[in-house]
Design a protein around this ligand. Structure first.
Ligand code: AMP
Ligand code: MG
Length: 588
């Protein structure tokens, strides 16, 4: 939710037309200005809007072909730019503002862009709420009592809206503080993810992978159907094939029989039928199949009982190419293969596909206290859970894992391990050792070998995270706590890996549910509570927490089927509030 072109806070107003957005802003801006805030506004308009007037000099010069028209007087100036190449994104537009002359950017419109917004809602208009489907909404200003944990403001109390914005700006300042002002850096979840994604490249290396290895891999090229599926028009039932121009006859002569994998070679004439099995090709000129259950056979004659419904032309027949048509694009480059798509590839007769080369991730654990499972328990030690959690998460994503074990606590062995890892893997990942107070030799070694940032992310569980490059190889230093490891992986590492894999169509699923209990959360921090969601009696999604939320309690992750995400703008979510949940199915 941050813009690479803008370090100022950017806040939008989302509402249906008729809510009185502009009137509200007209009242709000003077209050903000009074509080010493300099405002820049970005407003979306209809595609053929023009601030210029026909006949004015500036208008004539534009019509003459000036793509940019900068007009100035002692009081103001305006730049009009023709955007023949299509509408600018909000990020591009922010670049056009003089950011040194503003403290806050207010935005009207751009409802499909992801950035913080206040929803405006008036009950009398009878419009639906936007916040259940837009997780970018940080507060609602309204004249009713919606069920949500979001801060609720009175839409008619402009001073209260101003006060909220001033508080929100303080939070924004704390979250986006840069490396220079805080060390180690405190980052919001979104800002951290943006930084990581920006630093990573999309893949170029391709590999032809056999059918058996396709599951979980990402296609580098489109797959085009080399044949029709099904290859021929065939019967969907065991029964009798007839011609549709011959429906309604009292009885038919059985002239042959055709099983799946075989073919009836003769042309079918009027008055004739062929006994046919499911999947068998329909004889030439036949196009309709009557179920066996309706048939009464008498020697080589058959009658059909149509008392339960007339025979329809074309019934019980699957057309050639009905599933997949010859020459059609079946899967686009950038899609990830799953059980269904692997089966479809096979049904097309293809035994390999051009994929992006699978990613290899080198993995190790650090920490004096960490010992390998299967070894005799030592005093004051814990078994290494993280390496096995991470290994499973990586394999789930189709990565190859290079397991480097537990690193012995010495500068030399860590240096050797990392040197080997950065040369032999596409990504290196460790757990433990990145918190403040952890042995400094890890940081020293990382600093010697690459360019690694130590962040504190404004989240719980999580917080410490190291990210950077060892040479050209991305490195993630994850926290030590087992739950923090998993949540950090889901929020940062999975999106990173998917980008490196060329996965184009993935979006983490986020849906809303009504919480059945109070979810505790601290203002100014993103909290992930392990939750269990289900469909309630009224058909609505409901969610509750798994209970104890300590970041060492790995069982909470096992019991959860979702993470409940409470954003920094929200303090606690109360029973009955609508909250955002991130389902975990297929991700762990
Ligand atoms: P750290 O971030 O290294 O300070 O670790 C935080 C907590 O996570 C400590 O209680 C560690 O014992 C625990 N921890 C660190 N590494 C592992 C691991 N590989 N498996 C399980 N727990 C770990
Ligand atoms: Mg430690």
């Amino acid at each position: 939710m941050s813009f690479s072109n803008c370090s100022l806070p950017v806040l939008g107003f989302a509402a249906f037309s008729g809510t009185g957005k502009t009137t509200l802003l007209e009242q709000l801006i003077p209050l903000l200005v009074e509080s010493g805030i300099r405002i820049a506004m970005v407003k979306h308009a209809h595609h053929d809007f023009d601030v210029d007037k026909p006949g004015k000099d500036s208008f004539r010069l534009r019509k003459a072909g000036a793509e940019q028209m900068l007009i100035s007087s002692r009081r103001r100036h305006a730049l009009m730019t023709e955007t023949a190449d299509g509408e600018y994104s909000l990020n591009q537009l922010l670049n056009r503002l003089d950011q040194t002359r503003a403290d806050l950017v207010l935005v009207e419109g751009f409802k499909h862009e992801r950035f913080p917004k206040i929803e405006l809602h008036r009950e009398t208009l009878g419009k639906p709420w936007l916040f259940p489907d837009d997780s970018n909404i940080v507060a609602v200003a309204c004249d009713s009592q919606p069920a949500t944990a979001l801060p609720r403001l009175d839409i008619n109390n402009i001073t209260a809206i101003r006060d909220f914005i001033l508080r929100w700006m303080e939070g924004h300042k704390a979250q986006t503080a840069t490396c220079d002002s805080l060390s180690p850096t405190m980052l919001s979840v979104d800002a951290g993810r943006e930084k990581i994604l920006t630093a990573l490249n999309e893949p170029t290396a391709k590999a032809w992978l056999p059918l058996e290895a396709l599951h979980g891999q990402v296609l580098a090229e489109d797959v085009v159907a080399p044949v029709n599926v099904p290859s021929s028009t065939n019967s969907a039932m065991d029964g009798y094939a007839i011609r549709s121009d011959d429906i309604g006859r009292d009885r038919y002569r059985i002239v042959g029989e055709v099983f799946a994998g075989h073919h009836y070679r003769e042309t079918l004439n009027q008055g004739e039928c062929v006994r046919i099995m499911t999947g068998a090709p329909v004889p030439q000129d036949a196009d309709t199949v009557i179920m066996r259950e309706q048939a009464t056979v008498d020697g080589d004659l058959v009658r059909f009982d149509t008392s339960k419904g007339a025979v329809r032309a074309g019934q019980n027949v699957r057309q050639a190419g009905e599933d997949l048509k010859y020459g059609a694009t079946v899967f686009s480059a950038g899609s990830r293969m799953n059980a269904a798509s692997v089966g479809m590839m096979a049904s097309l007769g293809m035994d390999k596909a051009c994929c992006f080369k699978p990613i290899k991730v080198a993995l190790f654990s650090t920490g004096d206290e960490v010992q390998a499972p299967g070894t005799e328990a030592k005093e004051n030690c814990i078994y290494d859970a993280n390496r096995f959690t991470l290994r499973s998460l990586l394999e789930q994503l189709g990565c190859e894992v290079l397991d480097l074990g537990i690193i012995e606590d010495s500068e030399q062995s860590l240096t050797d391990t990392l040197t080997n890892a950065m040369e032999n893997a596409d990504m290196v990942m460790s757990s433990g050792g990145v918190s403040v107070g952890d042995a400094d030799y890890i940081k020293t070694v990382l600093a010697n070998l690459g360019d690694i940032n130590f962040w504190r992310v404004n989240m719980r569980p999580g917080r410490p995270l190291a990210f950077g490059k060892l040479g050209d190889t991305p490195f993630f230093g994850l926290p030590g706590n087992p739950v923090a490891v998993m949540v950090t992986f889901l929020q940062f590492v999975e999106p990173a890996i998917r980008k490196m894999q060329g996965d184009k169509f993935w979006q983490p699923q986020r849906i809303s549910a009504i919480t059945q209990e109070k979810i505790r959360s601290r203002l100014g921090r993103t909290e992930y509570t392990r939750g269990i969601y289900s469909i309630g009696a009224n058909g609505q999604l409901e969610v509750r927490s798994t209970g104890s939320q300590g970041s060492g309690i790995l069982r909470s992750m096992y019991e959860a089927n979702c993470l409940i995400e409470v954003s920094p703008e929200v303090e606690n979510a109360e029973t009955g509030d609508r909250v955002t949940i991130i389902p975990l199915a297929s991700r762990l």
